[in-house]
Design a protein around this ligand. Structure first.
Ligand code: CA
Length: 427
């Protein structure tokens, strides 16, 4: 068992960290970037400095840690993730040591620093993982209740399975993009209320879904399950995730097999994967589960995380308004239950698979995680700080989601996932 030593709240770094930064030395997330005129590398970040892990390895700073020679000189984190939690921990522990205020090894070696450190605004972030499989859960009871009330029966908003199964579906992994990549409004079929035939055209109910996703480690062979009590060994880290949704397309197509073209045109994620180790100080207990879950889904103790979430909406050429403030701690089903359920039938998982939470709505109207809920299916437009009103997302709007944890001494954040919605492509 390798101790997690990288979370020491009293440690400071010789790399400057701006006040309220999401990336103090206690975070040490993992990402993939391309420095100006250089080659793609995997890296980490402290403050506003991106750190090249392949250069650190070549310069011998990971000596004593058993690593393949080229594990960081990759265009994804998958090979590193596949090495497992003891290695993730050894690397974070070494980084914490190396960038500690009191460690002169690299602090005093400017030549090496020039090969390793880059201002974040001089690097281009890339997709951090190759996502072989993407699963989207539906684990917020507030969200599932709201949607059930709108689309089905207010008296029986939750379907009979909801409190027994962490409901989910397999989504499309290759249309997941990172922050900064614009998306086009999708086109498709929809059935207008009261109409007797569907029409085709650009979605008129474009929506975001405020979610978080966890990235898995290398799983077990096909046929073997990951138990809830061992799930933490198989979860690498998390990102903020915007699961874009075209509500009109979704509503017409989703019976009987579930989400399809209303979802698969694009999902957006924040570029730095924050490890579960970095998030450990922010564990909290989840909601009471009633009725009790089946034994294979039982978990005890603190399995939720206190992660503040917010959504900003910026009309083209205008200023941002924060339209939702939620928290990951509201999740009814936790990650360990999600992973245990996903694999209980022997389904395999791969290093780098993405498992999204489902829309994370809180209990109050200002904490709802989608426009569908914020505008109550378009019936109650919201007013932005600019005076503009919205029921759904309009062309040129930018949606920005942020996530962070804080306990008064340490702030660990995810940065942001920012996406502009472009008009539908005309053809
Ligand atoms: Ca979703």
């Amino acid at each position: 068992m390798i101790e997690n030593q990288a979370n020491d709240p009293s440690r400071t770094s010789w790399i400057p960290v701006p006040e309220n930064s999401d990336f103090p030395i206690q975070n040490l997330p993992f990402g993939v970037f391309i420095p100006e005129d250089d080659i793609i590398t995997t890296g980490t970040r402290i403050g506003d400095t991106a750190i090249d892990l392949s250069a650190l390895q070549q310069l011998g700073y990971f000596k004593g840690i058993d690593l393949p020679d080229d594990v960081f000189l990759q265009d994804t984190l998958n090979d590193f993730i596949a090495l497992g939690r003891p290695t993730w921990r050894r690397i974070r522990n070494r980084l914490a040591e190396l960038f500690d205020e009191n460690n002169m090894t690299l602090k005093a070696n400017v030549a090496h620093q020039n090969q390793v450190l880059f201002p974040v605004d001089h690097v281009q972030m890339l997709m951090p993982v190759f996502v072989q499989d993407y699963t989207d859960f539906y684990s917020s009871i507030e969200h599932a209740t709201n949607v059930g009330m709108m689309f089905r029966d207010p008296e029986n908003a939750l379907l009979p399975n909801w409190k027994h199964i962490p409901v989910g579906y397999h989504g499309r992994s290759s249309s997941i993009v990172i922050s900064g990549v614009d998306l086009h409004r999708p086109k498709g079929q929809r059935m207008a209320p009261g109409a007797d035939a569907p029409t085709f055209g650009p979605s008129v109910r474009m929506d975001f879904e405020l979610e978080m996703a966890f990235v898995t480690g290398e799983g077990k062979p096909l046929g073997h399950r990951i138990k809830a009590e061992e799930a933490d060994e198989y979860i690498f880290g998390m990102v903020v995730f915007n699961d874009w949704s075209a509500r009109d397309i979704q509503k017409w197509e989703y019976v009987p097999l579930g989400p399809f073209l209303g979802k698969n045109f694009g999902s957006s994620m924040s570029p730095w994967v924050v490890t579960m180790d970095a998030l450990a100080p922010f564990k909290v207990e989840g909601p009471q589960q009633d009725p009790p879950v089946l034994p294979y889904l039982e978990t005890t103790g603190k399995n939720n995380y206190d992660i503040h979430l917010e959504v900003g909406l910026t009309p083209e050429g205008k200023t941002e308004s924060v339209i939702s403030r939620s928290n990951y701690k509201y999740m009814y089903w936790n990650q360990r239950q999600q992973l245990a359920h996903h694999t209980v039938n022997g389904c395999n998982i791969n290093a780098g698979d993405m498992m999204a939470s489902g829309t994370i709505s809180g209990p109050t109207k200002d904490s709802y995680g989608s426009m569908l809920e914020l505008s109550w299916a378009g019936k109650e437009p919201i007013t932005l700080g600019t005076g503009d009103t919205r029921t759904f997302i309009e062309d040129g709007d930018t949606v920005t989601m942020r996530g962070w944890c804080t306990n008064g001494t340490t702030r660990i954040g995810f940065g942001e996932v920012r996406t502009r919605l472009l008009p539908a492509i005309e053809d």
